[in-house]
Design a protein. Structure first.
Length: 253
């Protein structure tokens, strides 16, 4: 089946690539023309010789120059890390639904590499003059990528900002700051707790999920999760129906 997403494959060029923390890299990809991207959408990168494209959240978009923040994990990210300025790179996207930005006082929560889409979202909220506070959490100071636009930093070992994980003290912040909406991205355990906090305080939560993906365009159904819809439990694909879901609709394991 040919979908619209199939048509969004660009042979692009690496504009810049650099190490930005102890274990993460920033790559900027020039699509050659302006591209509209919503915060929370992602691109899938073809990694030389590997059958499956690898998905990465969009971290920045400068008139069609798309930035991605990534950590080296396996063969695909090793290949991306090896690219040099002016190398060609094959990307598909932007795909996925993205965050549904609302004109509401927002608390933004990003953990680890999950800061990428949240940082991009903050840029968009600031452009639209929507009040927001962004809390970013990392293992330690060395893991904080240069240029993260967070308002509050937390590190597990206390080497920078507040000591503790990104959710330590979040309830206190909610009680003082009184956000009307929470947007989050990070490990599943963090997202589950964000959803629970949202339910406790009766605040809408939008969370960007990650799931290992194959096609990345809603065809193979390899990335389904259970969600609640109209009193029933149904399947949803993280790549096409998501990656952003309401915390309250996800069936947490
Ligand atoms: C919507 C979405 C957005 C993402 N955004 C980012 C991002 O902004 N920056 C970033 O560094 N990573 C992001 N990821 C994770 C990224 O896709 C994986 O790190 C990457 O595919 C690993 O490829 P690899 O070939 O290097 O590793 P592999 O050899 O394929 O795998 C190495 C390890 O990574 C895990 N892994 C593989 N694919 C995924 C996946 N899709 N999600 C989670 N873990 C995976 C494997 O379980 C394994 O433990 C995102 C994933 C999704 C689904
Ligand atoms: S990865 Fe194929 S449907 Fe999501």
């Amino acid at each position: 089946m040919i979908t619209d997403e199939h048509k969004k494959i660009y042979k692009s060029k690496v504009e810049a690539i650099k190490k930005v923390s102890a274990s993460s890299y920033f790559i900027e990809i020039d699509c050659g023309f302006p591209v509209e991207v919503k915060a929370g959408q992602f691109i899938s990168i073809y990694c030389d010789g590997l059958t499956l494209r690898r998905p990465f959240s969009v971290y920045s978009n400068n008139n069609g120059k798309i930035g991605v923040l990534f950590k080296e994990r396996g063969q695909g990210t090793k290949y991306i890390k090896s690219l040099k300025e002016n190398d060609f790179i094959d990307i598909m996207g932007p795909v996925g639904n993205g965050f549904n930005i609302k004109n509401k006082k927002a608390l933004l929560i990003g953990a680890g590499i999950g800061v990428a889409p949240i940082s991009f979202l903050k840029t968009k909220l600031d452009e639209q003059k929507i009040e927001n506070t962004f809390i970013a959490g990392f293992l330690n100071k060395q893991e904080i990528p240069n240029g993260i636009n967070a308002d509050i930093f937390c590190t597990d070992d206390g080497s920078y900002g507040k000591e503790g994980n990104v959710l330590t003290g979040t309830e206190k912040i909610i009680e003082q700051y009184k956000p009307d909406i929470i947007y989050a991205c990070g490990p599943l355990i963090v997202l589950k707790q964000v959803a629970q906090i949202g339910e406790k305080y009766n605040i809408e939560t939008q969370i960007a999920m990650e799931k290992v993906m194959a096609c990345g365009i809603g065809v193979c159904r390899g990335c389904v999760i259970d969600i609640k819809k109209d009193g029933k439990i149904v399947n949803a694909t993280v790549c096409k129906d998501g990656p952003v879901f309401l915390g309250s609709e996800v069936v947490w394991q």
